[in-house]
Every structure is written in C-alpha cells, then in structure tokens.
Design a protein around this ligand. Sequence first.
Ligand SMILES: O=C(O)CCC(=O)C(=O)O
Length: 282
Amino acid sequence: MEPVLHTRKVFQLSEAELDHFEREGWVGPFPLLGTEDARALEPELARHFQASRGYFYPADVREGDCYYEDSLWFQSLHTMSAALASIGRRPELLDRIEQLLGKDLIQWAGIRFEQNPHERLLWHTDTEYDHWGGVSTWMGIQNVTPETALKILPGSHRFPASPEDIQHKYGLDLTRMLDDDEMLSELQRILPDLDNEPRVLRVPVHDGEFVIFDGKLWHASHNPSDCERVAMGMRYSSPDQRIRIPLTYLPPLIFDPTRPPCLLVRGEDRFGVNRIVEAPQG
Ligand SMILES: O=C(O)CCC(=O)C(=O)O
C-alpha cells in the first residue's frame, strides 16, 4: 500500500490566535526575516515599485479601456522578482493563512509601502476587499518599530459599516480626521451599539516581522519619526475570488479590464477565474 504523506504544518495558529483573529481582525507579530535580510529587500522593492504604475483620477480614465496591459500594477511587485515571490511563499505566512482561508491560496498583491518622516495615511479599508474576500499581511522592512508601525482599529472588520458607508449615510468623513481621539468619539456617536469601545492600536512590529489582518479591518499609518519607513504588504485569497485592478480609488470605482497576475502559492486552482502566472525564477 502506498504510504499516505501528510504535509506537516509547522507554523500553525493556536486556538487562542485563531480566536483573536476572529474577534480582533488581526494576529501577530510573527518573525519572518532577520533585520538585515529584511532591510536588504528594500532596493528590490524600490526598483520594481519605480517601474510600476499607480492609480488614476476618475477624470483621467475611460471605463473599458486597458491601462495596465503594458505596465505593471503597483501591487504586482511579487510577480516581478524571484526574491519577493519567494518571501510570499514562506511557510511562516502560508501555514497560518491556510488556516484562515483554506488549502488553496493565491497571492494577488506584493506592495511597497513607503512613508516619509511625519507622513500620514488616513483611516481606510482596502477597496479591493469590498469586492472579494481575503487577508493582508504587513511586514516591517526598514525603520519599522512599534512607534512607526501600522495603526489599526481592532474588531473593525465586524463593524456594521465601512468608512465609506459612514460617509454616505452620515456625511461625515471619519477618514479625514487626523486626530484619532476625535475619530473614535465620532465613531462611537455614529455607531453606539458596538460590542466594545473602539480603540486605536499600533501593531507591535519590527523590521522582519509581520502581522496578518482581515481585509475589512480599518487601518491607517503615521510615521512620527525623522527616518523614511518602509513596509511590505502581501495579500492572499482563495482562487475562487475574482481579482481585479481598481483603476481609481475615488468614486466612481472603475476596474481595468486587464486581470492582474496572481501566483498560485499553495494547493490548486479549480476555478480558472484569475490570471495565474509562473513565479519569476532567480
Ligand atoms: O504601510 C502603510 O503606510 C499603509 C499600509 C496599508 O494601507 C495596507 O497594508 O493596506
């Protein structure tokens, strides 16, 4: 009789961590790379990011036209570099993500998040996850400390309204509020029935470590330091999710007809709805 081979998952999330992810919408931090190895990725991230194309203003695009046929979407850096692709397949990430999303996984985004000294990114959820399900990871690359890391609203993946819904319904753009305390008190006024009092948390990540968070979690960033801060984002879904490229992030949302390249990082693709490409070889 043929022996049955079981792949042992080494980096399992514990019951307590799974419960934490369910309740709080994030889990971690987990070690992935040594500090020097993480920092050594920055030139590779920067080189491919510079060759990529960002998003557009609605007035500059026409629905149905292709804008990414000949250029790289800024979220596809993992499909351009063997080094970046191999990071995204590491079992430290995939064993845990498999527990959250199932045994078949695609990586559809590899992103460089740079922040200049004192720069901010306002509160938001990622538009992509309004259209398909999945999880994001956020890893420190350069000058990431618990003082400069991503800010999140724990539990916000279960809020009854997204920042955009709140804006439409109440005409109040919480996401433009720079002061977190003001944002939190407005949020409590608008959504008085939240299970727990909302609070802001900086994920305690250093260079080379990562957290996993639910695609619907509210997040923001602010680099209060005098040094440039760089992080890498990687995003994963089950292959049945139809991944697209938003051309615009301001309404009206328009998608490019071109499908983004995705890597099948675990299991198989039984759906054929995405453009699966070979991982680049080093
Ligand atoms: O690192 C940042 O500044 C922003 C990260 C972010 O928005 C994300 O991971 O989706």
